[in-house]
Ligand binder design. Structure first.
Ligand code: SF4
Length: 201
């Protein structure tokens, strides 16, 4: 069974292909800094959710499709009866990103919850500067400067579409045929940029 990750849902097919083929990731320096800030932000928020609201951190899940010959593995940032996915961003978006909704949607499918929550939080060297200003009074809808909550319902059509995409990457992987990629501004955040743009692009 080929393994996919929930975090790859509706992301660049070519990037998933490179990961499956075992190419090493090479993160640009500015992303490494963000990744580190993201880890710190996650830890603080997860701890609050665990201690105040009884959520479990890093709940592991596997969804298996024998018919398609693939598995989806995931790790939910915080889970009780519903999942919460935390995204640290350099700037908080006005709308949730499609691939983030698709990732959360996998968690909703697994947990059979009707709704889940996407939290976008601005990254900072000292995450408490952002987190200490969050208003928890309407939990699970959190509010604050540099913070945004989106309540996301389960979408069975998006789940089908996600499966369809994973399956097409699986076919590409098996036939060693490089799938087409995003080729847009998002490539600058990709650890396989060096393969798509060997001359810097
Ligand atoms: S550089 Fe762009 S097209 Fe290439 S794998 Fe990454 S996201 Fe996809």
């Amino acid at each position: 069974m080929l393994e996919f990750y929930a975090s790859e849902a509706m992301s660049c097919p070519r990037r998933i292909y490179f990961r499956l083929k075992g190419y090493p990731e090479r993160w640009p320096e500015f992303i490494k800094v963000r990744l580190e800030q993201g880890v710190n932000t996650h830890e603080i928020l997860q701890e609050i959710l665990e201690k105040r609201y009884g959520f479990k951190r890093e709940r592991h899940l596997v969804l298996r499709s024998r018919r398609l010959g693939l598995e989806i593995h995931g790790r939910i940032d915080a889970f009780r009866e519903f999942p919460i996915e935390i995204k640290g961003k350099a700037s908080v978006p006005k709308f949730p990103l499609e691939n983030h909704i698709a990732q959360l949607n996998i968690y909703l499918r697994w947990s059979e919850a009707e709704y889940g929550y996407l939290y976008y939080v601005k990254l900072h060297e000292e995450p408490m500067r952002i987190i200490s200003r969050i208003d928890f009074s309407d939990f699970p809808v959190l509010r604050g400067p540099n913070f945004r909550t989106f309540e996301v319902p389960y979408d069975p059509y998006l789940f089908k579409e996600t499966l369809r995409q994973f399956y097409s990457v699986k076919k590409a992987y098996e036939s060693e045929k490089l799938p087409s990629g995003w080729n847009d501004y998002r490539c600058k955040f990709c650890p396989y940029r060096y393969l798509c743009y060997p001359d810097g692009g």
